[in-house]
Design a protein around this ligand. Structure first.
Ligand code: FA5
Length: 353
């Protein structure tokens, strides 16, 4: 058989073998069979030694071309195989039923978010603005502007987490009071418009946790400043808020409480709704839960905010939003609220999802 005939025969054999191949791995074996060290094309080159110099040259070129051609054909076939495989996969029916509803839980709002929104709605309807405020504040905002100078014993009650730059994670939403007075004092003084603002926010305290104490919890501050604002205004707004949140009459008690930024100051406690006032771990067995300290804003605090205490008075309250959520939803242990335990948390949707 002449060399040309051997080349033609080899090409025909390659085509026939390619057409039978259905797997990528077989193609690679074929490549070795033809182009490997002992492959058919390499064998042809070995036959060159028996030819004349002239024939060696022409035939050598032909075999080199053949090498390239064999490699190209195998590559082409490989691409064709991959495409066919992909089409087959795309055209075959999926192995799952896409019409079956997803087996996942729908998201729901956290109970604190629900209570916060409810309170915001109630206070907005009574003409209050809702303020946003940072979680990292200065000592001045959290304490000094609130009539709590350095080394005042009231600071011991609110140990917190300090940053290296001297700032701290706020212990109380009262930290926003000074900023609010500065923001709205022009309206109050020039237009006679009372300041009516609430500011919900996350608070932090370095303290041991139990059924009613967390190191991270939510409060909602509220202030009202204007001419002749007095304790009756304070009691009216507190009562309205609670009856709206709970949609029924709730037993509350007001007792004296000390906070350096109010005078007089009160503790507003709510009759424990978990045990009905008998006493349980959720209310430290007292039947009452401290919910919303409040009082008339101390003249020094108003002054620090640029408001003349001789002309204006106001009240402030610091509602414990987390405890309010506990009472509203009957959550016995405050720690469930930060637990991320969906079983405990996703039942309080209030229709909102
Ligand atoms: C204050 O934080 C004052 N800033 C409240 C205030 C504002 C008084 C304006 C007067 C005028 P107190 O530390 O008591 O006060 O906290 C207020 C409420 O936040 C508590 O009644 C309670 O409901 C809630 N609270 C306080 N500490 C925690 C805690 N560790 N875990 C959960 N809730 C807490």
């Amino acid at each position: 058989m002449s060399m040309d005939e051997r080349i033609a025969e080899l090409k025909a054999r390659l085509d026939a073998e390619l057409s039978r191949i259905t797997e990528g791995a077989d193609l690679e074996n074929l490549r070795v069979e033809y182009l490997g060290k002992k492959g058919s094309v390499t064998e042809l080159l070995k036959g060159l030694k028996d030819l004349s110099n002239e024939e060696k040259k022409t035939f050598g070129q032909k075999v080199n071309l053949l090498k390239g051609e064999v490699s190209d054909r195998i590559d082409e076939y490989k691409a064709r195989l991959a495409k066919a495989e992909l089409e087959k996969e795309l055209n075959s029916a999926p192995e799952f039923d896409m019409s079956v509803p997803a087996d996942t839980q729908r998201g729901s709002y956290h109970p604190i978010t629900l209570v916060q929104r409810e309170c915001e709605r109630i206070f907005k309807s009574m003409g209050f603005t809702v303020e946003d405020y940072s979680e990292i504040v200065s000592e001045y905002e959290c304490f000094e502007s609130l009539n709590i100078p350095k080394h005042h014993p009231a600071r011991d009650m609110q140990d917190t987490y300090y940053l290296e730059n001297g700032q701290l994670l706020k212990t109380q939403t009262s930290a926003a009071q000074n900023r609010i007075y500065s923001k709205y004092k022009a309206q109050l003084i020039n237009e006679g418009k009372p300041i009516k603002a609430i500011f919900p926010g996350r608070c932090f305290r370095n303290e041991s946790t139990d059924a009613t104490h967390e190191n991270t919890f939510f409060q909602m501050e509220g202030v009202m400043v204007g001419k002749d604002i007095n304790i009756s205004n304070l009691i009216f707004f507190m009562k309205t808020m609670l009856s709206e949140v709970f949609q029924r009459d709730i037993k509350v008690r007001l007792r004296p409480g000390f906070f350096p930024f109010v005078e007089p100051g009160f503790e507003l406690d709510i009759n424990c709704l978990i045990c009905g006032g008998v006493g349980c771990p959720s209310c430290n067995r007292s039947g009452w839960l401290e919910l919303c300290p409040c009082g008339m804003i101390h003249p020094r605090v108003l002054e620090e905010g640029g408001i003349d205490p001789e002309e204006y008075t106001g009240y402030a309250f610091g509602l414990g939003l987390t405890r309010l959520a506990m009472m509203k939803y009957g959550i016995k242990d405050i720690r469930d609220l930060n637990s991320g335990n969906l079983k405990a948390l996703d039942q309080f949707t209030d229709g909102e999802e």
